[in-house]
Design a binder for this molecule. Sequence first.
Ligand SMILES: [Zn+2]
Length: 88
Amino acid sequence: MNLESFSLSCDCGMVRHKNDFSGWSDFDKFEAKLKGDVAWENIPVKVPYSNVGISERWYRCLRCSRVWRLVEPDPPFSGLWKEVSSLN
Ligand SMILES: [Zn+2]
C-alpha cells in the first residue's frame, strides 16, 4: 500500500484550516467537535509542545492513524492545531 496516498485520501487534515485559534470560544468549539466525532481518539501526550505548562491534548485519527496536537491558547500564544510529524 502506498502510505502517502492513503493519508491523502483521509480528510482529517481538512477538519480545520487554521493552525491557531482566535480565542477560547474558537478553541472550545473546535475541541467539542473533535470530542463529538467518533473518528478521533484522545491519546496520551508523548512529547509536549511546550515545557512551560500549557495544556495540550493529542488526538489520533482512527481512519488513517495520523496524530495531531491540540495546544490551548495562552496569550499572546494563540494555541495550536498541528499534525505530530514524528512520535520518536
Ligand atoms: Zn485521518
